[in-house]
Write a protein that binds this ligand. Sequence first.
Ligand SMILES: [Zn+2]
Ligand SMILES: [Zn+2]
Length: 265
Amino acid sequence: MRVEHDFHLHTNLSVCAAREVTAADYVANARRLGLKKIGFSDHFWDAAIDGANKFYQTQNYEHIIQLKPELEALRCDDIQFYFGCETEYDPWRRGVAITEETAEKLDFLLVPNSHTHMMMPKDCYEPYQKHADFMMQALYDILESPVSRYITAIAHPFEAVACPYPNGILIDLIPDDDFRRVLDVMAKKGIAFEINVSSMQKKNHEEIERASQMRLFRLAREQGCKFLFGSDSHRAASHDFYGNADFVAGLLELKNDDIAPIARI
Ligand SMILES: [Zn+2]
Ligand SMILES: [Zn+2]
């Protein structure tokens, strides 16, 4: 199948995104790539929840909602827009950094278990097993939180962000059965597995096929998880590599029915 959606886009409202990238750039890219549905997912921590670090302090609802008028002005017939966010795992409460009240206002919600560069104590980087265990615990905490019913997908599952060593090592450390148990909970709760295309930018097809993530993607499919594709774009040029989404969908032999309901065409 062709992937005709991208539900992971950061505009310049995300403080780590390119200063010049706007929703209009992504709409132009989507048109060029033939995408029919795109989801905006700027970084977010709810002001009602204590503990936002310096990165998250300004990235609250009043901040991300500034995108709405822009989307309104860009409205068109060929591409559907979705307004969501990429919120955060809250390690202090072992929950998610968004209230149900705010989640209610969004079209979709991404939550990562792998922003370990910000959310994990530094002494968990080694031995590697501690790092892998942290992400597994984070994912169970996310799935058991009261806002779990609002979660559309887990962003880049187990792909530790800004990891000082190749993050595939951590995936390799986790046995199939441990993955199966947690993927089963995701499947039963209807929380999709995000296939994050950004990590594939510098890989050729052979390298993508051999990457540690592929085992995890296959297990997710076998456990009956639905999938959501995302470029995790932080600049307009990130979309140059989005053809890899089709390649992975082909490898996994995904059909329209394997895609999260919100993203089906
Ligand atoms: Zn992320
Ligand atoms: Zn992101």
